[in-house]
Design a protein around this ligand. Structure first.
Ligand SMILES: Nc1ncnc2c1ncn2[C@@H]1O[C@H](COP(=O)(O)OP(=O)(O)OP(=O)(O)O)[C@@H](O)[C@H]1O
Ligand SMILES: [Mg+2]
Length: 658
């Protein structure tokens, strides 16, 4: 499965959110219970519904697709494309030569005279026949060689375009329903881009062979061509119809197949292996796998039977039509309108035209479908699925003040704003703490301050300019973030800290690591900073959750950025490591504006100011000393954290004695 090969890159961090590209569809049953089931929605399938596979649609689209394939290949290697086309033309020409040589061979063989003389007469045309067949075989090898080299490069090129588009999409795009579907479809489109060339190439080969054979047949007798077409048409139509049934079924089943592939991943991946066992979930998940598989088998069986019925009808009609052609040939032969040699050649040509037509239908149907996938890819790369970043060009220096002014933010597709009319400020040299219960909007707010999201109302400014006015890359060079779900990049420890943006020597890396407590982690590693931090099957070393978090903090400290955002930075750290981070935070803040999100309220004493959020609104603000005194949510949460609700052991014992 393609997406599984990249799981280590796609699913970083401790948490594993619902796989992207999947949506929960709610179906209301008769008893008005809502039954939600994992469903994959592919835009390709929608497109497929809009342009069903018909002979006419194929006729319209295939030439465009062949041009597109050649265009992509042209971009990668012009000489190879020219060589490919030349081979194709030559192959068609040699097919015609071969057929003409067949005619003269038969003529020589059936004339009266001694057998040896007849063979001698036929020798030149036999040599031509053999030469033409040999040359066509060589050309076929050359064509396969060129297209095998060219095709994967086309896919790599298409993948790079797709990656570029994804990188340049707004972060909010990922929360748009449909964006992830489009991205996955584009990924698949890039993957099959190589098939576009091989299928176009096969189609062209069939076309060349068809033209050659049809040309020869017309030369033999003009009446034969319409007859030949008549003979092959029923089978052609039957093949298109069978292909349509096949693709319609595959369309209907692709959603189920995607769910199966995801189930397989959940059942076999190491990340879930312990929970699958401890939760004794194997039977439940395998049962679900079986029921979806059964659905697929039933639909496939139906399609196979339907396809077989079309094939049968096509074969019967084709047989009758071939009988007609044979009768016509016999008539032409009997009435002296055609020589025996021409009739013999016509038989060969008839077979060639028939197989070429059948090939055209089957390759054409495949190309048609590949073309739909490629449309997804093209649509995605043009506009990054409609979410290409279009921001300003300013490059910010390290900010003196980052402000939210009447900030409102609504996640795409969500009716309730995650943030509502939030105003606050954090200045260089200050630590601002964001506090609030789960889902109150802390992470969302920190992402807006860092310019990762753009406001849907109000403003976020860096020294007076809105975050949308900056060049995003320049803005993020001034931003260091320790996210709640941080990435565990499959890179060396050094690259995990520098994020590939190393400065001279390792001095700064060691310094950042020491501030974050990651120095102790690096010291234990087998090759120090050079150690690959990846899963063992990539040859790397696996770190513990807290060790990873120290690396993630070191990464943020290393960046020479003016805004530092730390979202639950010490959630996995032991008491000693946590103490070290907060004890050093004031020093870190000297050169930066720091936004700190934490649930452990004892830690926010380090902050200059605290903002308390509730359901996306600011409900309290002040210093730690002010907030622990003032009645309100902060004091309530503070009291709850101090009170674990567990009576001390000696109190219990005392009560028992009484
Ligand atoms: N990607 C998303 N799409 C839609 N809604 C989201 C998304 N992320 C968060 N939300 C919603 O926005 C609200 C605020 O979420 P946010 O993650 O900012 O909360 P938080 O204060 O950081 O919570 P926690 O303490 O659990 O980390 C929540 O109601 C959440 O359901
Ligand atoms: Mg959060």
């Amino acid at each position: 499965m393609r997406h599984r090969a990249h799981d280590h890159l796609r699913k970083p961090g401790r948490h594993h959110p619902r796989p992207r590209g999947f949506t929960l569809s709610a179906e209301t049953t008769e008893t008005s219970e809502v039954h939600e089931e994992l469903r994959f929605r592919s835009p390709t399938l929608t497109a497929f519904q809009k342009s069903p596979l018909t002979a006419r649609a194929m006729g319209r689209r295939l030439p465009r697709l062949v041009r597109k394939a050649l265009g992509l290949a042209w971009h990668v290697d012009r000489r190879a494309v020219l060589a490919l086309l030349a081979c194709q033309l030559l192959s068609g020409a040699f097919e015609a030569f071969g057929l003409l040589a067949t005619s003269s061979t038969i003529t020589a063989l059936i004339t009266s005279g001694h057998m040896q003389d007849r063979l001698m007469d036929a020798l030149p045309s036999i040599c031509l026949l053999a030469g033409a067949a040999g040359t066509r075989a060589l050309l076929a090898i050359a064509v396969s060689n060129i297209s095998s080299r060219l095709a994967p490069r086309i896919s790599r090129e298409a993948e790079l375009h797709m990656l570029d588009a994804a990188i340049n999409a707004e972060l909010a795009a990922y929360d748009h329903p449909g964006f992830n579907d489009k991205r996955e479809a584009a990924d698949r489109g890039a993957d099959v881009a190589q098939d576009l060339l091989t299928e176009s190439q096969d189609l062209m080969a069939c076309l060349a062979s068809l033209v050659a054979a049809a040309g020869v047949v017309t030369l033999l007798h003009p009446a034969l061509l319409p007859l030949l077409l008549l003979a092959t048409l029923p089978q052609g139509i039957a093949s298109v119809k069978a292909a349509r049934v096949h693709y319609q079924t595959s369309r209907a089943l692709s959603a189920d197949r995607r769910v199966l592939s995801h189930l397989r991943w959940h059942v076999t991946d190491k990340v879930f292996a312990d929970q699958l066992r401890s939760g004794t979930m194997a039977g439940f998940l395998l049962g679900r796998y079986r029921s979806i598989s059964d659905r697929i088998h039933t639909a496939t069986d139906l399609a196979v039977h339907q396809g077989a019925r079309y094939a049968l009808a096509g074969a019967v009609a084709g047989g009758i039509a071939s009988g007609l052609v044979w009768a016509a040939l016999a008539l032409l032969l009997g009435t002296g309108h055609m020589s025996l040699a021409s009739a013999g050649t016509a038989v060969f040509a008839l077979r060639s035209v028939g197989s070429s037509l059948r090939g055209m239908v089957s390759y054409g149907a495949r190309l048609f479908r590949t073309g739909l996938y490629l449309d997804d890819w093209a649509e995605f790369i043009d506009e990054a699925g409609g979410h290409r970043m279009r921001r300003g060009t300013l490059a910010p220096p390290s900010p003196l003040a980052v402000r939210a002014e009447s900030l409102t933010f609504c996640y795409p597709g969500s009716e309730r704003p995650a943030l509502h009319d939030v105003s606050l400020e954090v200045r260089r040299g200050e630590v601002l703490a964001l506090v609030g219960e789960n889902g109150s909007g802390k992470t969302t707010l920190s992402k807006l301050l860092a310019g990762l999201y753009l406001p849907t109302g109000g403003k976020v400014t860096w020294d007076g300019a809105g975050t949308g006015e900056f060049d995003p890359q320049a803005l993020w060079r001034q931003t260091a973030v320790v996210p709640q779900d941080f990435a565990r990049w499959p890179l060396s420890a050094r690259d995990n800290i520098t994020l590939g943006q190393a400065r001279e020597g390792d001095g700064a890396v060691h310094e950042a690591a020491a501030h974050a407590g990651a120095d102790e982690v690096v010291k234990e590693l087998r090759s120090g900073l050079d150690t690959l931090l990846a899963r063992e099957w990539f040859g790397g070393v696996e770190l513990s959750g807290g060790q990873w978090q120290r690396i993630a903090i070191a990464r943020a400290f290393y960046r020479p950025a003016g805004l530092l955002v730390m979202d639950e930075p010490t959630s996995a750290l032991d008491a000693r490591a946590e103490h070290r981070i907060f004890a050093g935070l004031r020093k870190v803040a000297q050169e930066r504006a720091v936004v700190l999100v934490t649930h452990r309220l004892a830690n926010v004493a380090v902050a200059d100011r605290i903002v308390v959020l509730d359901h996306g609104r600011v409900i309290q603000r002040g210093t730690f000393a002010e907030l622990v005194e003032a009645p309100g949510l902060f004091r309530e949460l503070w009291a709850l954290q101090a009170d674990r609700g567990v009576p001390a052991a000696h109190e219990e014992a005392g009560r028992a004695v009484l």
